[in-house]
Design a protein around this ligand. Sequence first.
Ligand SMILES: [Zn+2]
Length: 54
Amino acid sequence: MPVYEYICRKCGHSFEQVERISEHGTKKVRCPKCKSQKVEQLLSLGFVKTSKKS
Ligand SMILES: [Zn+2]
């Protein structure tokens, strides 16, 4: 599943959130620290690392 990175505009806390692609953009993201919804999405990091061996 893709991981999205957000930064809170209120407290400056940055956090990552795993969302289904179908969920992304449909639900409000809240800062886990101050519960503000004033969060901004940063560039997506890509996908959750799995245990696949390279
Ligand atoms: Zn915050």
